[in-house]
Write a protein that binds this ligand. Structure first.
Ligand code: ZN
Ligand code: ZN
Length: 374
């Protein structure tokens, strides 16, 4: 649905554009930036359509789109020029740059193809074309108030869909295929206000939960299964990402033990979050708990990742990270233990880094008794 751009939003977008352009200008003189990653185009202009690029100069910004998005572009971004192209994107870029005094065009190194770079260089024979990595992440890693509200809404919608699934009791789960349960959760999120699921919902019953990124299939959920559910909503351009275990009937004793380990690890990870600490140390705080319980080898992924317009974005909470935690970051904390042939346990919440520490944006209960369905 098209969203009218208010003047408050306008100033948000133009100040983001000024900030990103300062980063570009500090590295390359007399340049313009071609923004080709859709989430970055949205971040800098408010535009939510597809197949559109944003060209950014010192005091101007131009959205390049085609006739399909003309009406949406005018409704969503009334403080940038809108160029409705009839030829190729590359021809449009050459036309827009004419007479603007740009000597170098900066590209997003990670978001242009080799062919696009070749065509752009050929169309701009008198200009330098310079791919640069990671420019937008410098800004997007820390969220502003508008973005934090948007992520909060995406969290509430995901939780609402899940709560409705729980309220159906065991009969809403047992005897149905994983795919069917995932589809119903997606459907309930849409009815609760999601534009779409933020990623392919994972519903993994029984021993299949030992695969961290399992794709739900036609296997029926049994009335004694522990089911791992990893889901999130995309709303207003922002994502949420949550994981809970749903226990049908009695919880297998082995999983009770593992669940308590994972829960303690998550608590330790969350408590380690505050501005200034390294992302590495947050990962380590949780990992130590799992290793001490003897499951270090079974925690096979990093502790968490940033969420925002992308469901996986910087920073990553991992041993390999060189980033420090900063206020405004929103990260998942999702330790897991996976036992092939037995099952798996993961608990995932979305955490905002505040100036004094952290705040959990998700509010679903974390005790295993809370999701036992009979
Ligand atoms: Zn997840
Ligand atoms: Zn995640």
């Amino acid at each position: 649905m098209a969203r009218r751009t208010s003047s408050a939003y306008k100033s948000v977008y133009s100040s983001r554009r000024r900030a990103v352009f300062r980063l570009v200008a500090a590295r390359v003189k007399a340049s313009a930036l071609l923004v080709s990653k859709p989430e970055d185009v949205g971040y800098l202009s408010g535009f939510g359509g597809q197949d559109s690029w944003l060209l950014l100069g010192r005091r101007w910004a131009c959205l390049i789109t085609d006739g399909r998005y003309a009406e949406q572009a005018r409704a969503e971004c009334d403080d940038v020029e809108i160029h409705i192209r009839t030829g190729t994107v590359v021809a449009a870029i050459a036309e827009i740059l004419k007479g603007r005094g740009v000597r170098c065009l900066v590209l997003q190194a990670d978001h242009v193809t080799v062919a696009q770079r070749r065509d752009i260089s050929a169309a701009l024979p008198t200009k330098r074309v310079k791919p640069v990595s990671g420019l937008l992440w410098t800004l997007r890693r820390c969220k502003d108030a508008q973005e934090i509200r948007a992520i909060g809404k995406a969290v509430r919608i995901a939780q609402e869909g899940f709560r409705q699934m729980l309220s159906a009791g065991a009969k809403g789960w047992a005897g149905r295929s994983e795919r069917e349960v995932a589809a119903e959760l997606d459907h309930r999120m849409r009815l609760a206000g999601a534009d779409r699921p933020a990623f392919d919902t994972i519903v993994a019953g029984g021993s299949r939960a030992s695969q961290p990124h399992y794709l739900p299939g036609s296997t029926k959920i049994k009335r004694t299964d522990a089911v791992l559910v990893d889901w999130g909503a995309m709303a207003g351009g922002y994502c949420s990402d949550l994981t809970r275990m749903v226990f049908l009937g009695r919880i297998p004793p082995k999983l009770v033990e593992v669940y308590e380990v994972v829960r303690r690890a998550q608590r330790a990870g969350i408590l380690a979050i505050r501005p200034g600490v390294s992302c590495r140390s947050v990962d380590l705080a949780a990992r130590k708990v799992i290793a001490a319980a003897g499951y270090g080898e079974q925690f096979v992924h990093s502790l968490g990742h940033g969420i925002g317009r992308d469901v996986h974005e910087p920073p990553v909470l991992a041993g390999s990270s060189r980033t420090r935690v900063r206020a405004g970051m929103v990260v998942t904390v999702e330790p897991g233990v996976y036992l092939p042939g037995v099952g798996g346990v993961r608990i995932e919440d979305d955490i905002l880094v505040t100036p004094s520490g952290r705040r959990r944006l998700s509010s679903l209960p974390r005790s295993c008794e809370a999701t036992v369905l009979r």
